[in-house]
Design a binder for this molecule. Sequence first.
Ligand code: PLP
Length: 406
Amino acid sequence: MPIERQDLLARVRESREQRSAGAGRRVRREVLRRDGARCEVSDGDGGTRNLLNFCGNDYLGLSQHFAVVNALQDAAARDGAGGVASHLVCGHHAAHGALEREVADWLQVPRALLLGSGFTANLAVMQALLGDEDVCVQDRLNHASLVDGARLAGCRLRRYPHADVEGALRQLRGAADGAAILATDGVFSMDGDVAPLRELAIAARVQRALLYVDDAHGVGVLGPEGRGSVAAAGLDVAAVPLRLVTLGKALGGHGALVAGDADLVGHLAEVARPYVYTTAPPPAQAAAALAAVKLARRDHWRRERLQELVQRFRARALSHGLQLLDSDTPIQPVLCGDNASALAMSEALEQAGYWVAAIRPPTVPEGQARLRITFSAAHEPALAEALADAVAQARDRVGHAASASV
Ligand SMILES: Cc1ncc(COP(=O)(O)O)c(C=O)c1O
């Protein structure tokens, strides 16, 4: 019998060609040097460019803070470069425990658990808590890791239209058997808006579902002491028994914690496969994060600076007729429509000295390619207007439809 199997390599090549033809090819840029928002980046032709970065997630500007870097260096000198083993074998260091206790204290929850990344943490939560009999109800714009987590768990996955609490309720009512998690981003990573958490908490309570908030982009930025979108909504651990805190964004490092109810977190520490069967993060990484959390709690001026940048940018961008989304967080997307326009605008901005990434499908829905502009406390306030002017000039040069219909 002849073998009819598809050639995997040929399939991959074809799909890469299709992405190139549709301006959907993804390339990486090498950062050679970085000083706050200023960076030197390779231009892909053997040269370099000096750019002002407006597409990172270092919202509080902590990733190069001397106290954070010192903590990393000191701990690496003391404990070494690696975690050595998984947490349950012999990889759990005092630095991991100290970070977990500090984050639990900060967020006013009983317990927190450190994992290798936010992506891994979402897989861990879903896999450890849900099985085939259960259901996970999710906002349509949730991060990919929440969706993949539900797939890994093997549960039924139901999605509701973005921020539509009635839709969430309908999905929960329609799957009334088995246990349920209602999962949402706290701040939506590509849109910058905040989930209707108070209403979702009521829906979850009525339907006896567990509300899980992925606060990757909220912690550090929103709420009292930067405790995130859950605290900003006035919710506690009873309403939101579990939430995700990432260390790679406002806290300027790498890794993530799942924080909340002591039994749920304790259960994850014993059975979540993405936690149990992997090497513990380097203790130095945890020491750096501990220093960053202390700064995030204390330095209110960083959040105030972000608010100023956002307000100044929005006022100027709207005066230019740019199409913004309804966001008052440091994530300020400008819609461009098609992929080619988004790429051309990003390139025009680069010529002007600004690094702003074009985000295209499948990361965002078809026809909604955008510039994902992000602000950091490391930006000088006057840069907000300068950037808005540069985006408007890029739009005029490229001549596409990124104008507001306001
Ligand atoms: C909403 C959200 N959740 C989870 C993650 C994953 O976090 P990490 O980068 O730590 O893997 C991201 C990061 O892109 C995110 O935006």
